[in-house]
Design a protein around this ligand. Structure first.
Ligand SMILES: [Zn+2]
Ligand SMILES: [Zn+2]
Length: 313
């Protein structure tokens, strides 16, 4: 594939040069500013506070940018999923917080450090963070791929993919069980080889920023960066209904392992804005939370007409 710009980035209509230049600088520029702000905050001894402020500013900026330069205008329309999006995000993040505290108190993180001496502490911190991203990405990649290719796990991950539009607000729309799966695969490898806490902090912060950017409905173009990084354009393919596009680009931040394992995907046509899943997904939060527990029976009821397909997503 020799496209200079990802096919999923192609927008309709003619565009002034200034617009194209802005679209080309947004993704690396915004991510760079977020990283710089977090670094300055950490240097000043207010890392967590500055991270939260930066994250909120990023979310607000994306909200504005989605209206000023959307990739898909149809995705600006209300899909009736704001409450489920919010509740999945809030409850899952609360669960992650308590799960992490409990795991720390039980000594699980310390017990995982079986290869303590392997981490190269002598490297400059930025290189350690890059190493942390590459290693954690290996876990994220296989965990995510399993979520698509192993049906008992897909039923949990399907909640994230059931959205009919992408925007920054549904970044955190994950079933609690799905998040637990991602956590159990993503970070233990870094613990096992003794990565210091500051590397975990940086990997978590970058993952949070990239996650918001990845789901935003802003016309961002990345020229060659999407070959190695998970950009909005590359994640649009991942949300496609067509499996030859959707079962691709599993990386959380980097697409390095997708390239190595043959699941990196890009094409020279515009990605379809008609995204979602083939299966039925109920529209309310509680029903979505329970759906994986009776997935096969639920789908059978829809197929038999006992549940109206048009009432779901
Ligand atoms: Zn997925
Ligand atoms: Zn997604």
């Amino acid at each position: 594939m020799s496209v200079a710009t990802s096919g999923a980035e192609v927008a309709a209509g003619s565009e002034p040069l200034a617009y194209r230049a802005l679209a080309g600088i947004l993704w690396p520029g915004v991510l760079g500013l977020c990283i710089l702000s977090t670094a300055l905050g950490m240097q000043a001894g207010h890392g967590p506070l500055v991270f939260v402020i930066t994250y909120v500013c990023l979310a607000l900026s994306l909200f504005v940018l989605e209206r000023v330069m959307p990739w898909e205008r149809e995705w600006l329309k209300n899909d009736g999923q704001m409450w489920p999006d919010f509740l999945h995000t809030f409850i899952t993040k609360t669960f992650v917080y308590w799960f992490t505290l409990a795991a720390g108190a039980l000594g699980i993180f310390d017990a995982l450090r079986v290869g303590e001496g392997l981490w190269p502490h002598q490297l400059p911190l930025p290189l350690q963070v890059v190493l942390g991203l590459v290693i954690s990405e290996f876990g994220f990649y296989w965990s995510h791929r399993l979520g698509h290719e192993f049906k008992p796990i897909w039923r949990f991950h399907a909640i994230h993919h059931s959205v009919r539009r992408l925007w920054f607000f549904n970044t955190g729309r994950f079933h609690v069980g799905d998040t637990l799966r991602a956590m159990c695969f993503g970070l233990p490898l870094m613990f096992a080889i003794g990565a210091p806490e500051v590397v975990f902090t940086w990997v978590s912060a970058i993952t949070a920023f990239v996650g918001l950017l990845t789901h935003c409905n802003v016309d961002m173009r990345t020229r060659w960066l999407h070959r190695w990084f998970n950009t909005p354009a590359m994640h649009r393919w991942h949300h496609s209904k067509r499996l030859y596009e959707g079962d691709k680009n599993y990386g959380e931040n980097l697409l390095l392992w997708d390239r190595l394992f043959g699941t990196w995907y890009d094409a020279d046509y515009r990605a379809s804005a008609d995204i979602g899943i083939k299966e039925y997904m109920p529209r309310t939060y509680l029903a979505q939370l329970l759906a994986p527990l009776w997935w096969n029976r639920l789908q059978a009821k829809v197929a038999s007409g006992a549940i109206d397909r048009s009432g779901g997503l």
